[in-house]
Design a protein around this ligand. Structure first.
Ligand SMILES: [Zn+2]
Length: 332
């Protein structure tokens, strides 16, 4: 028996080492490939996919780059799990019209996927116009967008030089589709045919989506509220990872205001459908996000510095804001 216990010692030691490593946080994201995205993101590809995907059935479609899940009748999550962003676009199919909330990275053929899921030529509306949400915009005819300068600038597309880093080594972990080349990757320009305002209702026939302008992550960030079904498509305003309030165009004060507004709707919403990581989260996160921003605004919360920004950690997510030495009270 004693021999057995002794022989277990190296194994137990190994377990202890592994456990303590898991709890470790690094101050800097030391992956030379993925920078400025928060601590610990360097091993994004070794993290298991979130278990919440398992409750949904995959919808058959022909492209290995995408994984499409049927979230609810008429709601498809179109996931790109082979890329660091783990971005999710949503197709919402109505009896009269369909709406595509984001078009992904532009690596796979988003238009091709959509044609396998609906006969409609969908209205495209972007949760915001960062590169990973507008990559397929150019192939669709009807594009709605926010009326901001940020949107107009991004609608001009992004040159290869501007986005080459996002398809470089360390960012992609799945065979890319034939025809794609990281040497020529760019974001094609697109034209916004109609602007949306706060409170606008988009009628799909059996479903109405309400536009909520929620600036903060970007000036043109917006959420879609499906009141009748108690769902909120949150875009990048909330997902269960590092929330970015540190990129160019982000505004921590506006983000805080948007978080407050969304938390005020929590009694009318059951589920959140975010644009990254996971397609289905309880709405209580809206309250946690508001509380988190208020704690940050309070100025006394602890943070780590990661790539020169402050990263504040909370249960189930974190928030990255610019570091402003000597000014940790007002982040407006
Ligand atoms: Zn974004």
């Amino acid at each position: 028996m004693r021999n057995l216990l002794l022989s277990l010692v190296p194994f137990l030691l190994m377990c202890l080492i592994l456990l303590s490593c898991q709890g470790m946080t690094t101050g800097e994201a030391d992956n030379e490939f993925v920078q400025n995205r928060g601590a610990g993101m360097d091993d994004w590809f070794s993290q298991p996919p979130s278990p919440s995907w398992k409750q949904f059935k995959k919808a058959p479609q022909g492209q290995a780059w995408f994984e499409v899940y049927r979230i609810r009748p008429g709601i498809f999550a179109i996931h790109e799990p082979g890329h660091f962003e783990l971005v999710i676009s949503y197709l919402i199919v109505g009896t009269q019209r369909s709406l595509l909330f984001d078009t992904g990275l532009g690596i796979g053929d988003m238009k091709g996927v959509i044609s396998e899921l609906t006969d409609h030529d969908p209205i495209v509306l972007n949760s915001h116009t960062h590169y990973d949400h507008v990559g397929g915009n150019h192939s669709f005819r009807t594009i709605y967008g926010a009326a901001t300068e940020f949107t107009r600038t991004n609608a001009r597309g992004k040159s290869h030089d501007e986005v080459a880093g996002f398809v470089s080594e360390g960012w992609i972990r799945r065979r890319t589709p034939e025809g794609f080349s990281s040497d020529t990757y760019r974001i094609e320009p697109f034209s916004v045919g109609r602007t949306v305002a706060d409170g606008d209702q988009i009628d799909l026939g059996d479903r109405t989506l309400e536009v909520l302008l929620t600036p903060g992550h970007t000036p043109d960030s917006l959420c879609l509220l499906d009141r009748a079904n108690r769902l909120l498509f949150t875009g990048d305003t909330f997902y269960p990872e590092a929330l970015y309030a540190h990129f160019e165009g982000a505004n921590v004060g506006q983000y805080t205001d948007s978080a407050r507004r969304l938390a005020g709707l929590v009694d009318q919403i059951d589920w959140l459908l975010p644009a990254h990581m996971e397609p289905w989260l309880p709405s209580q996160y809206l309250v946690r996000m508001r509380d988190a921003f208020e704690v940050i605004q309070g100025g006394s919360a602890s943070f780590i510095l990661t790539d020169g920004n402050r990263q504040y950690s909370f249960e189930g997510f974190s928030i990255i804001v610019p570091d402003r030495p000597g000014d940790n009270v007002s982040l407006h």
